[in-house]
Write a protein that binds this ligand. Sequence first.
Ligand SMILES: C[S@@+](CC[C@H](N)C(=O)[O-])C[C@H]1O[C@@H](n2cnc3c(N)ncnc32)[C@H](O)[C@@H]1O
Length: 200
Amino acid sequence: MAKGERRKFLREFMKNPKSVGAIAPSSAQLADAMVRGISELTGDSTVLELGPGTGAFTAAIRDSLPDGVHYVGIEIEARFVDMLRRRFPGLEFAHGSAADAGRIVDERGRRPVRCVISGLPFASLPVDVQDGIVAALLDVLEPGAIFRTFQYVHAYRLPKAVRFRKQMGELFGPLDRSKPVLRNLPPAYCLTWRRAKDRL
Ligand SMILES: C[S@@+](CC[C@H](N)C(=O)[O-])C[C@H]1O[C@@H](n2cnc3c(N)ncnc32)[C@H](O)[C@@H]1O
């Protein structure tokens, strides 16, 4: 990972610690775990990435994206969006909030969304922001679609992390939790939910 990328990340963290939620981009090992299964998607559908930051997961998503499957990334920090557009000229990025995911994919004609990969720091986001994003997930995730995010092992029991998992469990059913990905600083779990085929 480029030094400039790390510096930019740290600078944004210092300005907005709760929203950026990490002092460094995720590792390639966590990225590999996050994109598992994407290469099996078929048809004219979309992978939506929430909070791509400097693109740690975006590169792995791009490398496993099958032909005909679109990508849309939604990032709230303008500087990250500028950097992402330069680094990934073939991909589509919206500057905005994940809470507006429905409108953003509609404006681009990018439904159905069959997979959402999230880098959002749910354990540190305010609960009203968390709730707005969960409502947007209910709007955009197709029946059968998957939602995947990560949570740091050390923050797994924090009240907002627990609250988020409880809410997701009530709406989307059982959680599939990976083994801890140790080659990430700090170590993290990947958490996956699949929306039931008969729409909730
Ligand atoms: C923990 S960082 C993860 C960045 C990158 N995915 C990675 O793993 O290295 C969280 C990212 O989510 C972005 N973010 C926070 N709140 C957001 C929101 N409501 N909508 C979109 N992006 C958001 C932050 O700006 C930051 O880039």
